[in-house]
Design a protein around this ligand. Sequence first.
Ligand code: ATP
Ligand code: MG
Length: 576
Amino acid sequence: MKQTKPTGSGADMDLITKDSAPPPNFIRYIIEEDQKTGRFDGRVVTRFPPEPNGYLHIGHAKSICVNFGFAREFGGACHLRFDDTNPAKEEVEYVDSIQEDVHWLGFDWGPHRYFASDYFDTLYGFAETLIQKGKAYVDSLSPDQIREYRGTLTEPGKESPYRNRSAAENLDLFRRMRAGEFADGEHVLRAKIDMAAPNILMRDPTLYRIRKTAHHRTGEAWCIYPLYDFTHCISDSIERVTHSLCTLEFENNRELYDWVLNQLEIYHPQQIEFARLNLSYTVLSKRKLIELVRGGHVAGWDDPRMPTISGLRRRGYTPESIRTFCKRIGVAKRDSMVDIALLDYCVREELNKRANRVMGVLRPLKVVIENYPEDRTEELEAINNPEDPSAGARQVPFSRELYIERDDFMENPPKKFFRLAPGREVRLRYAYFITCTDVIKDENGEATELRCTYDPETKGGDAPDGRKVKATLHWVSAPHALEAEVRLFNHLFLTENPSAAKGEFTDHLNPDSLEILPDCRLEPSLAEAGPGERFQFERLGYFCVDKASAPDLPIFNRIVTLRDTWAKIQKKAQKG
Ligand code: ATP
Ligand code: MG
């Protein structure tokens, strides 16, 4: 079922939640038809073409799953092609991170790693072909004039006075552009199509421009660089791609894609557009993500709050859960907004089956069990994963001094609070029933220590006389506890669609998106956990050991809570 997004929160898009049925995949249908008719000789070749100007985000993961997924499904190949035609913004760091992220997501391009810059010679040759055919010309208007001459959606453009240069003159100028005789912006090469075309992209689009900038792969070899619309279709053609899958914003570019290949009379893949992923409470645009990093709003590309693949990885999301998420949202022709809770749901479902349970106390409150011998320690058996009997059990130490969660105690509990309070009995998970007998407080009246008694007859968590308690608490033995830092995360933005909200998108950052708890106490078995390992902390959520975690300062990131608490908070806020 689809819900319509509440108005006033941005564009009018469907909201996809965990209850939505995935849309039928129209691209699969097209490929199947092509297989039947023998178009492309039954081959399926797709490509994932990132521009190496930033880290990949979850939107790219969708594109990766679609492209590599179809190649896998139909026994074809998916190429990884770096669309590196803009020398000014691209860096090797990004190339490396992109490869790492694609591999981590579980996909492999095999021998098919390409760079658009490897085609610079071929592309240049095709540009000369277009000139010779009278289909391209060197324009000498200034960039501002070119913009002016282009016209608008309602008015046709104007032809440049340089439009009718002879092929010989164009060829001469183009070669001199390449030789470095002119300054940036002095000339450009344009396709000669139609300045009155209803599709503005067809109004003599620029194919090449002068950029006297070194390139991270070709160095100083070039001072003219081809533009996207010229490069992309030819790269697809060179690689004999069959289905060139891209996002909807390239719908208008398809006409130009087809035009270039038709003029050159070379192999012609089919471009198919699908809706990009939009995710609530975050931004998915490299430009905006760069701004978050450079502006110091986050700690880096892999900040666990970032929607980047590296951020999700550091936070503890699994590649499987991201692939499941991409499958759930499906591929459609219409833009939508996906509820970020769906991503959390996917990782929760998976970790519920896979993650071992442990006990950890995030905001410790000391408990002293007065009738428990001072010098005694017991090892109690705790089940690792009730969803997976093969995960077995472990021993957890119990002693006279423990920590429980501060939230699990109230001195003057309201009616619906069933956890520990003076005079009340509760169960400690896997251990005993305890009763609170006294509260020690500091000068502000805040509880600093609870005095309790335990019932030795309730070992394992059941009373032989059948009496019941209303709450089961997690706990950690104080002398055995591992001290750790735990980081809790919340949505990076306060509004569902920060890109469409008023003002700067950074105005809508959530000031409470990160909470660091420096003084947590965890069960000692966690001392052996290494970076990337994931656990369920009973009652608190799923956690992952941070990559910066060290034996003298273990750090755990919360991946998700056990339930979708945000939805509840939102509902309350809407009511109130
Ligand atoms: P951004 O808009 O974040 O800057 P981009 O489109 O400029 O991204 P590219 O490196 O050009 O980034 O993208 C590589 C591929 O990933 C393209 O095919 C693009 O269509 C696809 N892609 C980018 N963002 C999304 C998204 N949100 N959902 C689905 N696919 C996406
Ligand atoms: Mg792009």
